[in-house]
Design a protein around this ligand. Structure first.
Ligand SMILES: *Cc1c(COP(=O)(O)O)cnc(C)c1O
Length: 384
Protein backbone atom coordinates (compact mmCIF):
# COMPACT_ATOMS: atom_id res chain seq x y z
CA UNK A 1 0.00 0.00 0.00
CA UNK A 2 2.05 3.00 1.20
CA UNK A 3 5.35 1.54 0.11
CA UNK A 4 4.29 1.70 -3.52
CA UNK A 5 2.89 5.21 -3.08
CA UNK A 6 -0.74 4.14 -3.41
CA UNK A 7 -3.22 5.50 -0.87
CA UNK A 8 -6.51 4.10 -2.23
CA UNK A 9 -6.78 0.87 -4.17
CA UNK A 10 -8.84 -2.17 -5.17
CA UNK A 11 -7.82 -5.72 -4.24
CA UNK A 12 -8.91 -8.69 -6.33
CA UNK A 13 -8.87 -12.17 -4.83
CA UNK A 14 -7.63 -14.78 -7.24
CA UNK A 15 -8.94 -17.65 -5.10
CA UNK A 16 -12.43 -16.08 -4.77
CA UNK A 17 -12.67 -15.73 -8.55
CA UNK A 18 -11.52 -19.34 -8.98
CA UNK A 19 -14.15 -20.50 -6.46
CA UNK A 20 -16.95 -18.62 -8.22
CA UNK A 21 -15.99 -19.93 -11.65
CA UNK A 22 -15.89 -23.46 -10.22
CA UNK A 23 -19.38 -23.08 -8.68
CA UNK A 24 -20.85 -21.55 -11.85
CA UNK A 25 -19.25 -24.16 -14.00
CA UNK A 26 -20.72 -26.85 -11.72
CA UNK A 27 -24.18 -25.29 -12.23
CA UNK A 28 -23.58 -24.96 -15.98
CA UNK A 29 -22.59 -28.60 -16.32
CA UNK A 30 -21.76 -29.36 -19.93
CA UNK A 31 -23.11 -26.04 -21.24
CA UNK A 32 -20.88 -23.29 -22.53
CA UNK A 33 -19.93 -20.71 -19.91
CA UNK A 34 -19.93 -17.11 -21.14
CA UNK A 35 -18.66 -14.65 -18.53
CA UNK A 36 -19.63 -10.98 -18.57
CA UNK A 37 -16.76 -8.50 -18.30
CA UNK A 38 -18.80 -5.45 -19.30
CA UNK A 39 -18.61 -2.23 -17.25
CA UNK A 40 -14.89 -2.62 -16.53
CA UNK A 41 -15.57 -6.18 -15.35
CA UNK A 42 -18.34 -4.94 -13.03
CA UNK A 43 -15.93 -2.30 -11.74
CA UNK A 44 -13.26 -4.83 -10.79
CA UNK A 45 -10.75 -3.90 -13.48
CA UNK A 46 -10.95 -5.08 -17.03
CA UNK A 47 -7.35 -6.03 -17.72
CA UNK A 48 -6.79 -7.85 -14.44
CA UNK A 49 -10.02 -9.87 -14.66
CA UNK A 50 -9.53 -10.84 -18.32
CA UNK A 51 -5.97 -11.87 -17.45
CA UNK A 52 -7.22 -14.10 -14.62
CA UNK A 53 -9.99 -15.55 -16.80
CA UNK A 54 -7.45 -16.51 -19.48
CA UNK A 55 -6.22 -19.21 -17.08
CA UNK A 56 -9.73 -20.70 -16.74
CA UNK A 57 -10.47 -23.50 -19.20
CA UNK A 58 -14.11 -23.54 -18.09
CA UNK A 59 -14.73 -20.10 -19.62
CA UNK A 60 -15.54 -20.40 -23.33
CA UNK A 61 -16.75 -16.89 -24.04
CA UNK A 62 -16.42 -13.38 -22.71
CA UNK A 63 -19.45 -11.15 -23.11
CA UNK A 64 -19.07 -7.38 -23.36
CA UNK A 65 -21.42 -4.51 -24.01
CA UNK A 66 -19.50 -2.47 -26.55
CA UNK A 67 -17.13 -2.81 -29.47
CA UNK A 68 -14.50 -0.87 -27.48
CA UNK A 69 -14.63 -3.45 -24.70
CA UNK A 70 -14.37 -6.28 -27.20
CA UNK A 71 -11.28 -4.73 -28.77
CA UNK A 72 -9.76 -4.33 -25.28
CA UNK A 73 -10.33 -8.06 -24.67
CA UNK A 74 -8.28 -8.84 -27.76
CA UNK A 75 -5.60 -6.33 -26.78
CA UNK A 76 -5.29 -8.01 -23.38
CA UNK A 77 -4.73 -11.28 -25.24
CA UNK A 78 -8.10 -13.04 -25.00
CA UNK A 79 -8.03 -15.59 -27.84
CA UNK A 80 -11.31 -17.40 -27.26
CA UNK A 81 -14.78 -16.20 -28.25
CA UNK A 82 -16.24 -12.79 -27.55
CA UNK A 83 -19.91 -11.93 -27.78
CA UNK A 84 -20.92 -8.28 -28.05
CA UNK A 85 -24.26 -7.78 -26.32
CA UNK A 86 -24.79 -4.10 -27.03
CA UNK A 87 -25.15 -2.02 -30.18
CA UNK A 88 -22.27 -1.59 -32.63
CA UNK A 89 -22.44 1.53 -34.84
CA UNK A 90 -23.24 0.55 -38.43
CA UNK A 91 -20.13 2.35 -39.66
CA UNK A 92 -17.91 0.21 -37.41
CA UNK A 93 -19.26 -3.23 -38.18
CA UNK A 94 -16.17 -4.19 -40.17
CA UNK A 95 -14.35 -4.37 -36.81
CA UNK A 96 -16.52 -7.35 -35.93
CA UNK A 97 -14.70 -9.27 -38.70
CA UNK A 98 -11.29 -7.81 -37.95
CA UNK A 99 -11.44 -8.83 -34.27
CA UNK A 100 -13.47 -12.01 -34.81
CA UNK A 101 -16.36 -11.00 -32.60
CA UNK A 102 -19.84 -12.47 -32.38
CA UNK A 103 -22.39 -9.67 -32.35
CA UNK A 104 -25.83 -10.03 -30.83
CA UNK A 105 -28.10 -8.56 -33.51
CA UNK A 106 -31.46 -6.94 -32.91
CA UNK A 107 -31.84 -4.60 -35.93
CA UNK A 108 -32.41 -5.45 -39.56
CA UNK A 109 -29.95 -2.71 -40.63
CA UNK A 110 -27.13 -4.29 -38.62
CA UNK A 111 -27.68 -7.73 -40.12
CA UNK A 112 -27.91 -6.26 -43.62
CA UNK A 113 -24.64 -4.38 -43.17
CA UNK A 114 -22.94 -7.49 -41.72
CA UNK A 115 -24.19 -9.39 -44.77
CA UNK A 116 -22.76 -6.82 -47.17
CA UNK A 117 -19.38 -6.77 -45.42
CA UNK A 118 -19.23 -10.59 -45.25
CA UNK A 119 -19.85 -10.79 -49.03
CA UNK A 120 -17.21 -8.17 -49.74
CA UNK A 121 -14.60 -9.86 -47.50
CA UNK A 122 -15.78 -13.39 -48.36
CA UNK A 123 -15.62 -14.15 -44.67
CA UNK A 124 -18.11 -16.01 -42.50
CA UNK A 125 -19.41 -14.36 -39.41
CA UNK A 126 -21.18 -15.90 -36.42
CA UNK A 127 -24.17 -13.91 -35.22
CA UNK A 128 -26.71 -14.23 -32.43
CA UNK A 129 -30.28 -12.93 -32.65
CA UNK A 130 -31.72 -11.23 -29.59
CA UNK A 131 -35.40 -12.10 -29.25
CA UNK A 132 -38.05 -9.85 -27.70
CA UNK A 133 -39.87 -11.87 -25.06
CA UNK A 134 -41.20 -9.18 -22.72
CA UNK A 135 -38.33 -7.06 -21.41
CA UNK A 136 -38.93 -4.56 -24.22
CA UNK A 137 -35.34 -3.47 -24.41
CA UNK A 138 -33.14 -4.73 -27.26
CA UNK A 139 -34.88 -7.54 -29.09
CA UNK A 140 -36.54 -8.68 -32.30
CA UNK A 141 -40.35 -8.86 -32.40
CA UNK A 142 -41.86 -12.12 -33.60
CA UNK A 143 -43.47 -10.46 -36.65
CA UNK A 144 -40.06 -9.23 -37.84
CA UNK A 145 -38.32 -12.61 -37.81
CA UNK A 146 -39.11 -13.37 -41.50
CA UNK A 147 -37.16 -10.25 -42.52
CA UNK A 148 -34.12 -11.56 -40.64
CA UNK A 149 -34.54 -15.03 -42.15
CA UNK A 150 -34.59 -13.44 -45.61
CA UNK A 151 -31.31 -11.62 -44.91
CA UNK A 152 -29.63 -14.85 -43.81
CA UNK A 153 -30.73 -16.39 -47.15
CA UNK A 154 -29.62 -13.35 -49.13
CA UNK A 155 -26.04 -13.29 -47.82
CA UNK A 156 -24.36 -16.71 -48.08
CA UNK A 157 -21.46 -15.77 -45.80
CA UNK A 158 -23.85 -15.01 -42.95
CA UNK A 159 -24.93 -18.64 -42.88
CA UNK A 160 -27.46 -19.28 -40.12
CA UNK A 161 -27.46 -17.49 -36.79
CA UNK A 162 -25.21 -19.32 -34.34
CA UNK A 163 -27.27 -18.33 -31.34
CA UNK A 164 -30.58 -16.94 -30.12
CA UNK A 165 -30.76 -15.05 -26.85
CA UNK A 166 -33.15 -13.27 -24.54
CA UNK A 167 -32.90 -11.41 -21.27
CA UNK A 168 -35.28 -11.72 -18.30
CA UNK A 169 -37.02 -8.60 -17.03
CA UNK A 170 -37.50 -9.38 -13.35
CA UNK A 171 -35.97 -12.72 -12.52
CA UNK A 172 -33.84 -11.16 -9.77
CA UNK A 173 -36.54 -8.88 -8.38
CA UNK A 174 -38.97 -11.37 -6.97
CA UNK A 175 -39.38 -14.83 -5.48
CA UNK A 176 -42.45 -15.30 -7.74
CA UNK A 177 -41.22 -16.25 -11.18
CA UNK A 178 -44.39 -16.18 -13.27
CA UNK A 179 -43.18 -13.44 -15.58
CA UNK A 180 -39.90 -15.27 -16.17
CA UNK A 181 -41.87 -18.38 -17.13
CA UNK A 182 -44.04 -16.29 -19.45
CA UNK A 183 -40.90 -14.90 -21.11
CA UNK A 184 -39.40 -18.34 -21.41
CA UNK A 185 -42.56 -19.60 -23.13
CA UNK A 186 -42.31 -16.71 -25.57
CA UNK A 187 -38.66 -17.55 -26.15
CA UNK A 188 -39.39 -21.20 -26.88
CA UNK A 189 -42.13 -20.17 -29.30
CA UNK A 190 -39.82 -17.72 -31.10
CA UNK A 191 -37.12 -20.36 -31.43
CA UNK A 192 -39.72 -22.62 -33.08
CA UNK A 193 -40.59 -19.79 -35.47
CA UNK A 194 -36.89 -19.39 -36.30
CA UNK A 195 -36.64 -23.12 -36.95
CA UNK A 196 -39.64 -23.03 -39.28
CA UNK A 197 -38.06 -20.10 -41.13
CA UNK A 198 -34.90 -22.15 -41.70
CA UNK A 199 -32.73 -20.21 -39.21
CA UNK A 200 -32.62 -22.65 -36.33
CA UNK A 201 -30.10 -21.45 -33.71
CA UNK A 202 -27.46 -23.93 -32.53
CA UNK A 203 -26.87 -22.19 -29.23
CA UNK A 204 -29.83 -21.03 -27.17
CA UNK A 205 -28.86 -18.75 -24.30
CA UNK A 206 -31.10 -16.96 -21.83
CA UNK A 207 -29.56 -17.27 -18.39
CA UNK A 208 -27.91 -14.42 -16.49
CA UNK A 209 -26.68 -15.24 -12.96
CA UNK A 210 -30.13 -15.43 -11.32
CA UNK A 211 -31.62 -17.68 -14.01
CA UNK A 212 -28.54 -19.90 -14.10
CA UNK A 213 -28.58 -20.33 -10.33
CA UNK A 214 -32.32 -20.88 -9.95
CA UNK A 215 -33.66 -22.61 -13.05
CA UNK A 216 -32.14 -25.51 -14.88
CA UNK A 217 -34.60 -25.13 -17.80
CA UNK A 218 -33.14 -21.67 -18.62
CA UNK A 219 -29.64 -23.02 -19.17
CA UNK A 220 -30.06 -24.47 -22.68
CA UNK A 221 -26.69 -24.70 -24.52
CA UNK A 222 -24.96 -21.67 -22.97
CA UNK A 223 -25.21 -19.50 -19.84
CA UNK A 224 -24.16 -15.87 -19.41
CA UNK A 225 -23.47 -15.02 -15.75
CA UNK A 226 -22.05 -11.67 -14.70
CA UNK A 227 -22.42 -10.58 -11.08
CA UNK A 228 -22.03 -14.08 -9.60
CA UNK A 229 -18.62 -14.43 -11.27
CA UNK A 230 -17.52 -11.62 -8.98
CA UNK A 231 -18.99 -13.34 -5.93
CA UNK A 232 -22.23 -11.41 -5.52
CA UNK A 233 -25.85 -12.54 -5.56
CA UNK A 234 -28.03 -10.73 -8.08
CA UNK A 235 -30.40 -9.80 -5.22
CA UNK A 236 -31.71 -10.87 -1.81
CA UNK A 237 -34.67 -12.42 -3.61
CA UNK A 238 -32.38 -14.63 -5.68
CA UNK A 239 -30.55 -15.78 -2.56
CA UNK A 240 -33.85 -16.42 -0.78
CA UNK A 241 -35.27 -18.38 -3.73
CA UNK A 242 -32.07 -20.41 -3.86
CA UNK A 243 -32.24 -21.24 -0.17
CA UNK A 244 -35.96 -22.04 -0.33
CA UNK A 245 -35.11 -24.64 -2.97
CA UNK A 246 -32.62 -26.17 -0.55
CA UNK A 247 -29.49 -24.54 -1.95
CA UNK A 248 -26.32 -24.61 0.15
CA UNK A 249 -25.30 -21.60 2.19
CA UNK A 250 -23.47 -18.90 0.26
CA UNK A 251 -21.54 -20.57 -2.54
CA UNK A 252 -19.91 -17.39 -3.86
CA UNK A 253 -17.02 -15.32 -2.49
CA UNK A 254 -16.64 -11.60 -3.22
CA UNK A 255 -13.61 -10.97 -5.43
CA UNK A 256 -13.22 -7.26 -4.67
CA UNK A 257 -12.06 -5.34 -1.62
CA UNK A 258 -11.91 -1.54 -1.74
CA UNK A 259 -9.31 -0.01 0.56
CA UNK A 260 -7.69 3.25 1.55
CA UNK A 261 -5.57 4.51 4.44
CA UNK A 262 -5.66 7.31 6.98
CA UNK A 263 -3.87 10.49 5.91
CA UNK A 264 -4.67 12.72 8.92
CA UNK A 265 -5.85 12.13 12.49
CA UNK A 266 -7.20 15.04 14.54
CA UNK A 267 -8.92 15.65 17.86
CA UNK A 268 -11.66 18.22 17.65
CA UNK A 269 -13.80 19.67 20.43
CA UNK A 270 -17.52 19.22 21.04
CA UNK A 271 -19.81 21.41 18.88
CA UNK A 272 -17.45 21.30 15.85
CA UNK A 273 -18.89 21.04 12.36
CA UNK A 274 -17.43 18.48 9.97
CA UNK A 275 -17.16 18.94 6.21
CA UNK A 276 -19.02 20.79 3.45
CA UNK A 277 -22.44 22.14 4.29
CA UNK A 278 -21.76 21.74 8.05
CA UNK A 279 -24.12 18.76 7.99
CA UNK A 280 -22.52 17.03 10.99
CA UNK A 281 -21.73 18.58 14.37
CA UNK A 282 -19.92 16.79 17.17
CA UNK A 283 -21.64 16.44 20.53
CA UNK A 284 -18.45 15.48 22.38
CA UNK A 285 -14.70 15.72 21.90
CA UNK A 286 -14.06 13.61 18.83
CA UNK A 287 -11.12 11.96 17.08
CA UNK A 288 -11.51 12.15 13.32
CA UNK A 289 -9.59 10.37 10.58
CA UNK A 290 -9.36 11.92 7.12
CA UNK A 291 -9.36 9.42 4.21
CA UNK A 292 -8.09 10.15 0.67
CA UNK A 293 -11.14 8.80 -1.13
CA UNK A 294 -14.35 10.45 -2.34
CA UNK A 295 -17.14 10.37 -4.86
CA UNK A 296 -14.69 10.73 -7.74
CA UNK A 297 -13.32 7.31 -6.76
CA UNK A 298 -16.80 5.78 -6.66
CA UNK A 299 -17.58 6.24 -2.96
CA UNK A 300 -20.92 7.89 -3.57
CA UNK A 301 -21.96 11.20 -2.01
CA UNK A 302 -25.25 9.59 -0.98
CA UNK A 303 -23.20 7.74 1.68
CA UNK A 304 -22.59 11.06 3.53
CA UNK A 305 -23.36 10.75 7.28
CA UNK A 306 -24.70 7.29 6.60
CA UNK A 307 -22.10 4.62 5.95
CA UNK A 308 -19.38 2.95 8.00
CA UNK A 309 -15.82 1.94 7.17
CA UNK A 310 -13.59 -0.57 8.98
CA UNK A 311 -10.63 0.67 10.97
CA UNK A 312 -8.70 -2.01 12.90
CA UNK A 313 -11.65 -4.35 12.37
CA UNK A 314 -14.14 -1.90 13.96
CA UNK A 315 -16.89 0.10 12.32
CA UNK A 316 -16.13 3.81 12.13
CA UNK A 317 -19.06 6.04 11.08
CA UNK A 318 -18.75 8.48 8.18
CA UNK A 319 -19.07 12.07 9.44
CA UNK A 320 -20.20 14.93 7.22
CA UNK A 321 -20.45 14.90 3.46
CA UNK A 322 -18.35 12.75 1.16
CA UNK A 323 -16.13 15.17 -0.78
CA UNK A 324 -14.77 14.74 -4.30
CA UNK A 325 -11.46 13.24 -3.12
CA UNK A 326 -11.74 13.06 0.68
CA UNK A 327 -13.98 11.91 3.49
CA UNK A 328 -13.95 11.92 7.28
CA UNK A 329 -14.75 9.12 9.75
CA UNK A 330 -15.08 9.04 13.53
CA UNK A 331 -12.43 6.92 15.27
CA UNK A 332 -12.97 8.25 18.82
CA UNK A 333 -13.71 4.80 20.23
CA UNK A 334 -11.10 2.81 18.33
CA UNK A 335 -7.81 2.33 20.18
CA UNK A 336 -4.30 2.66 18.78
CA UNK A 337 -5.07 4.05 15.33
CA UNK A 338 -2.01 5.44 13.52
CA UNK A 339 -1.41 7.55 10.43
CA UNK A 340 -1.47 5.45 7.25
CA UNK A 341 -3.32 2.56 8.90
CA UNK A 342 -5.36 0.59 6.38
CA UNK A 343 -9.10 1.28 6.12
CA UNK A 344 -11.60 -1.08 4.48
CA UNK A 345 -14.43 0.55 2.49
CA UNK A 346 -15.70 -2.74 1.03
CA UNK A 347 -14.43 -6.05 2.33
CA UNK A 348 -13.40 -7.76 5.55
CA UNK A 349 -11.25 -6.79 8.52
CA UNK A 350 -11.05 -9.12 11.50
CA UNK A 351 -14.55 -10.38 12.24
CA UNK A 352 -16.26 -7.43 10.55
CA UNK A 353 -17.22 -6.85 6.95
CA UNK A 354 -18.81 -4.16 4.82
CA UNK A 355 -20.36 -5.57 1.66
CA UNK A 356 -21.30 -3.95 -1.63
CA UNK A 357 -24.87 -5.01 -0.79
CA UNK A 358 -24.71 -3.11 2.53
CA UNK A 359 -23.38 0.01 0.79
CA UNK A 360 -26.17 -0.38 -1.76
CA UNK A 361 -28.76 -0.42 1.04
CA UNK A 362 -27.23 2.67 2.67
CA UNK A 363 -27.03 4.45 -0.66
CA UNK A 364 -30.43 3.40 -2.00
CA UNK A 365 -29.14 1.33 -4.90
CA UNK A 366 -28.02 -2.18 -5.87
CA UNK A 367 -24.70 -3.99 -5.60
CA UNK A 368 -24.30 -3.82 -9.42
CA UNK A 369 -24.18 -0.01 -9.29
CA UNK A 370 -21.90 0.13 -6.24
CA UNK A 371 -19.37 -2.18 -7.92
CA UNK A 372 -19.49 -0.74 -11.42
CA UNK A 373 -19.00 2.83 -10.15
CA UNK A 374 -15.66 2.11 -8.50
CA UNK A 375 -13.23 4.24 -10.43
CA UNK A 376 -11.35 2.67 -13.26
CA UNK A 377 -8.40 4.96 -12.42
CA UNK A 378 -7.63 3.29 -9.06
CA UNK A 379 -4.82 0.75 -9.00
CA UNK A 380 -5.80 -2.93 -8.83
CA UNK A 381 -3.80 -5.46 -6.83
CA UNK A 382 -4.22 -9.18 -7.18
CA UNK A 383 -4.05 -11.06 -3.88
CA UNK A 384 -3.93 -14.80 -3.01
C1 LIG B 1 -25.26 -8.09 -18.01
C2 LIG B 1 -25.94 -9.16 -18.72
C3 LIG B 1 -25.88 -10.49 -18.24
C4 LIG B 1 -25.28 -10.84 -16.91
O1 LIG B 1 -26.20 -10.49 -15.88
P1 LIG B 1 -25.90 -10.77 -14.34
O2 LIG B 1 -27.17 -10.44 -13.64
O3 LIG B 1 -24.79 -9.83 -13.94
O4 LIG B 1 -25.50 -12.18 -14.22
C5 LIG B 1 -26.44 -11.47 -19.04
N1 LIG B 1 -27.04 -11.17 -20.22
C6 LIG B 1 -27.15 -9.91 -20.68
C7 LIG B 1 -27.82 -9.66 -21.97
C8 LIG B 1 -26.61 -8.86 -19.96
O5 LIG B 1 -26.73 -7.62 -20.41
Amino acid sequence: MKKDGVLTWVELSRSALANNIKELSRLAGSRLLAVSVKANAYGHGFKEIVDLLKEKNEVAYLTVHSLEEAVLCRQVGWKKKIMVLGPVPLAHLAAVFEYQLEPVVFNRETLDMLGKISSRLRKHIATHLKLETGTHRQGIMEKDLPVFAALYKKYPYLKKPLGASMHFANIEDTTVHEYAEYQLNNYNRLVKVMTRLGIKPQIRHTASSAALILFEHTRFEMVRPGIAVYGHWPSKETYLSYRLEGGRNNIFQPVMSFKTCITQIKDIPADSFVGYGCTYRTTAPTRLAVLPVGYYDGYDRALSNRAYVLVKGCRAPVRGRICMNLMMVDITDIKGVKLEDEVVLIGRAGKEKITAEQLGDWQGTINYEILSHISQALPRKIVK
